[in-house]
Design a protein around this ligand. Structure first.
Ligand code: DC
Length: 222
């Protein structure tokens, strides 16, 4: 089982900049990225399609156990062989994923996959909510990204506009805050920085600046 000694753990709430920062850091370090949020989103699609009660952790876990989720190194997501890269980002999945990902039984299955991924890749950038605290407590570098709620909602608005969807800023902000609450207050692996994580506030900082900071932290420990 991988200890995660080569892992750059990138945690933080939605909209803090994890995905963009993860991709850039990985490029500079010659590593691949594992987007664990996409795994929880793929399970959520499978649960919705199967019609199970999303509040039923055992039922959601049975679905999680029975499906094949493949995350390609280029970021594409496959669920039982079907390309769901676009579907994982739809508002319906974004609105329901926190419910499914709060179940400990679902998390156990995903964490097992994430550790196998690290064992296979040896090193990599892993982004999520519990990577530094639970999945890879011995990660080489742990970063916890934050940004103001206003800034995070503004970034999400840009993403939605780019995806061709019309959304209301206040609704986005309210949804971010609702998800933060569910992710931070859940009993199983709540969203919180590891004791030894480096906290980086990305509000008003350029991506290049944040990426340079993280890349030097990782190189300093290589
Ligand atoms: O990063 P994201 O928005 O794609 O994550 C989707 C959801 O999955 C988010 O609401 C919290 C959950 N998640 C989690 O609980 N643990 C992770 N390691 C990654 C994501």
């Amino acid at each position: 089982m991988s200890s995660g000694a080569g892992v750059l753990a990138l945690d933080g709430p939605a909209g803090a900049g994890k995905s963009t920062v993860a991709r850039r850091c990985a490029q500079l370090l010659g590593l691949t990225v594992l987007d664990t949020g996409a795994m929880y989103r793929a399970v959520t699609i499978a649960c919705l399609h199967s019609g199970v009660d999303l509040q039923d952790g055992a039922a959601c876990a049975r679905i999680g156990q029975s499906v094949a989720i493949v995350l390609e190194d280029d970021g594409r997501v496959f669920l039982d062989g079907r390309d769901v890269t676009a579907e994982v980002r739809t508002p319906e999945i974004t609105a329901t994923v926190s419910t499914v990902s709060a179940h400990a039984m679902v998390r156990d299955i995903m964490v097992r996959h994430q550790r196998l991924w690290a064992e296979h890749h040896g090193a990599g950038v892993v982004e999520g909510r519990d990577i530094g605290t639970v999945v890879f407590p011995a990660a080489r570098v742990k970063v916890f990204l934050v940004a103001s709620n206003f800034e995070r909602a503004r970034r999400r608005l840009n993403d939605e506009v780019e995806a061709g969807r019309t959304v209301n800023f206040d609704d986005l902000l309210a949804d971010l805050e609702r998800r933060d609450r569910i992710d931070s207050e859940r009993v199983s692996s709540p969203l919180k920085p590891a004791d030894d994580a480096v906290l980086i506030d990305t509000t008003g900082r350029s991506i290049d600046d944040v990426v340079d900071h993280i890349v030097s932290l990782y190189r300093a420990r290589s």
